[in-house]
Design a protein around this ligand. Structure first.
Ligand SMILES: Cc1ncc(COP(=O)(O)O)c(C=O)c1O
Length: 408
């Protein structure tokens, strides 16, 4: 038997089923016209953003990294709830603008920005977080050619990393950002070339649950930003401090204590060095804002046994739930939180594997889990599906196509 991850708060039993936003899982599936189906709870997202804002210093802005979930209704909701969007491509820029986001509130990070992407961003006044000197050169050239002053920030590759993070994006040789030793020279050159200086972006990693690691990193980020600002010799208008706030996916994971992080940051903000007193600060978060608000529903279409093991074969799979299958950056596969949604709260009776409908051994949604006995037609729910589910899974694989999505 292998344990399942913890079910996020906010989901309750309703008429013997999993209840989501006041209705049963099977009700939602019927209304949407079938499964597989992602349901995202507005209420849980609103509550999460409110709780975060409550915990963080008022001066800190909250940005949403739309890579986590770019479903249009989610973008429309998030636009109203947060202070800006972080994007990673021209495709995401179009999605953000289609959802009504003001491009002046968008920043664009990511290596390998094509000239067309740089141009689109510059034309709309999006802040570019530059990832290399070459990209800086191209952005300045494009700005000159089209007669628009580009809004440029530098993404710094710091010498430190976010301790304990699931994905490290700073420290050592990285394709992201510009090594901290070379940042001041480039910033001075950008300012001299007439660009609008939009400051620094320091993103060190994601999926950290340890408050002390985040506190330590934020302190390092502030120290580094102050030092670089001194070297650059121009006021730091904006500092994007990165994010990294994680959510509990696996058995034994403890939720991040954001109150502790917020109170440490408030203390730091009380004693900022001169270089940072006028700076506008932001954090950018994806999964923390939307991850736990999402559930993926998939229906059991076959129940079979092999060598004494039970397999519940569903109509979904890794093509919508790459991360839950353990194939999105995890070293050891562990079970996400999962339940038989149509028998929520029923006593567990048997050990079973929940698999998808793809013809690959990678397509496993729960491995040797203790579950109520489930039959063909039952619904399975995979939790923590609000981030990096639909947006980060290969839905075209084997001709399957995307899942349905609903914001409820
Ligand atoms: C630059 C940048 N910003 C934000 C994020 C969002 O991370 P998370 O969803 O863990 O908050 C990522 C994730 O890789 C990132 O690379």
């Amino acid at each position: 038997m292998k344990p399942l991850g913890p079910i996020p708060a906010g989901f309750e039993a309703l008429d013997g089923e999993l209840g989501i936003a006041g209705r049963t899982a099977s009700d939602w599936a019927a209304e949407a016209g079938g499964t597989p189906l992602f349901l995202y709870s507005q209420d849980l997202i609103r509550r999460r953003v409110a709780m975060l804002r409550q915990a963080m210093p008022e001066r800190l802005r909250t940005h949403y990294a739309i890579k986590a979930n770019s479903y249009r209704p989610i973008l429309e909701l998030m636009r109203a709830l947060v202070d800006g969007f972080d994007i990673a491509s021209a495709g995401e820029l179009r999605m953000a603008m289609d959802a009504g986001q003001d491009p002046a509130l968008i920043s664009f990070a990511g290596p390998g920005k094509r000239d067309e992407e740089l141009e689109l961003a510059i034309r709309h006044g999006v802040t570019l977080n530059l990832e290399s000197e070459g990209e800086a050169h191209r952005a300045l050239g494009i700005g000159d050619r089209i007669g628009i002053t580009p809004r440029l920030a530098i993404r710094v590759n710091p010498s430190f990393e976010l301790r304990g993070s699931g994905m490290k994006m700073g420290g050592g040789a990285k394709p992201f950002g510009i090594d901290q030793e070379r940042v001041a020279d480039l910033a001075r050159a950008l300012i001299a070339a007439g660009a609008e200086w939009r400051g620094l972006h320091i993103f060190t990693g994601s999926q950290a649950l340890d408050a002390s690691a985040i506190i330590e990193t934020q302190a390092n980020v502030l120290d580094l930003a102050a030092r670089l600002t001194g070297e650059i010799g121009a006021p730091l208008t904006h500092l994007n401090m990165g994010g990294g706030f994680g959510i509990p996916y696996f058995h034994g994971d403890q939720p991040l204590d954001v109150a502790v992080v917020g109170s440490a940051l408030s203390d730091r903000f009380e004693t900022l060095p001169d270089e940072l007193t006028e700076t506008e600060f932001a954090i950018e978060l994806g999964r923390y804002l939307v991850g736990e608000a999402g559930v993926y529903l998939t229906r059991i279409i076959d129940r079979k046994e092999s060598h004494g093991q039970v397999f519940l074969v569903t109509d979904g799979g890794l093509h919508h739930q790459l991360a839950a299958s353990g194939n999105f950056g995890t070293v050891v596969r562990r079970n996400y939180p999962a339940v038989i949604a149509s028998r929520f709260g029923a006593e567990p009776e048997e050990e079973a594997n929940i698999v998808g409908c793809l013809c690959t051994p990678l397509d496993r949604l729960a491995d040797q889990a203790l579950l109520p006995r489930a039959e063909v037609g039952d619904l399975v729910a995979i939790f923590c599906a609000g981030a990096y589910g639909a947006s980060a899974s290969p839905s075209a694989f084997l001709g399957q196509g995307p899942a349905l999505e609903r914001l409820v």
